[in-house]
Write a protein that binds this ligand. Structure first.
Ligand code: C5J
Length: 234
């Protein structure tokens, strides 16, 4: 007997040129996760600046992320945004995180964009260029990893997602922590090399190299153009 298997285009895998080898992207099972593209990290006067960083380094990732976001929305893929930050009473901020560092300004203090890294403040929100659309989940996370103390995993599993396209900032901190958390949970991850950024260009480079070392120990790395081409040329 001959059986015909009819597959929806989204269930077929598309080969994305990537490091260390091509990534088989199954669109129906993939989500774009944009990590912490918040004013507090990308604009002067926020958390990133309070830690002594030059925030301008992160802005190069905006255009590649915006292009990937547009392609994923067009393909009707799940898009998830995350924000690092805390409750106004700081009850979800550990003492260790609060005390860390020797700078005068800390999480919860007043800054030019409101209280630093506090939910509901102007600085805590996502930059206008990448603003979530109604219906796109926004995950508020108190830690560096997007899985820690959030409902991200529940949400992904509920929608049958097994592959993540990771973008955002910073490459070696919140993106990498999320990559590692996702990998241990069985998700296949592809990190956008130009859709992630660090205050330290050398850390960005090293973090990407670590992500895909040892034949994809944590996952794959690809340019936004390669991912967009794969999604768009279905
Ligand atoms: C940092 C983040 N760098 N989103 N947070 O503190 O990477």
């Amino acid at each position: 007997m001959v059986t015909l298997e009819v597959q929806h285009w989204g269930e077929m895998s598309i080969s994305v040129p990537a490091r260390p080898y091509d990534f088989a992207l199954t669109q129906a099972q993939a989500a774009l996760v944009i990590i912490d593209m918040q004013r507090d990290f990308l604009e002067p006067g926020g958390f990133g600046a309070a830690l002594g960083n030059d925030v301008s380094h992160l802005r190069a990732a905006i255009a590649p992320i915006a292009a990937t976001l547009a392609a994923c929305r067009k393909a009707e893929m799940l898009v998830i945004h995350t924000r690092e930050g805390h409750r106004p009473d700081l009850s979800d901020l550990t003492g260790a995180k609060h005390r860390r560092g020797r700078f005068a300004t800390r999480i919860g203090d007043d800054g030019p964009m409101g209280r630093i890294l506090v939910r509901g403040e102007h600085g805590h929100d996502i930059i206008a260029e990448l603003a979530p659309l109604p219906g796109e989940p926004v995950i508020d996370k108190p830690g560096k990893g997007a899985f820690y103390a959030t409902d991200l995993e529940l949400l992904l599993r509920g929608r049958g997602i097994s592959q993540l396209i990771l973008a955002g900032v910073t490459t070696e901190v919140c993106v990498h922590t999320t990559l590692r958390e996702a990998n241990d949970r069985g998700f296949e991850c592809i990190v956008l090399e130009d859709g992630t950024a660090s205050y330290f260009p050398e850390f960005h480079k090293a973090a990407l190299a670590m992500a895909c070392a040892q034949d994809a120990i944590f996952g794959w790395v690809a340019s936004s153009a390669e991912v967009i081409a794969a999604i768009s040329n279905r």
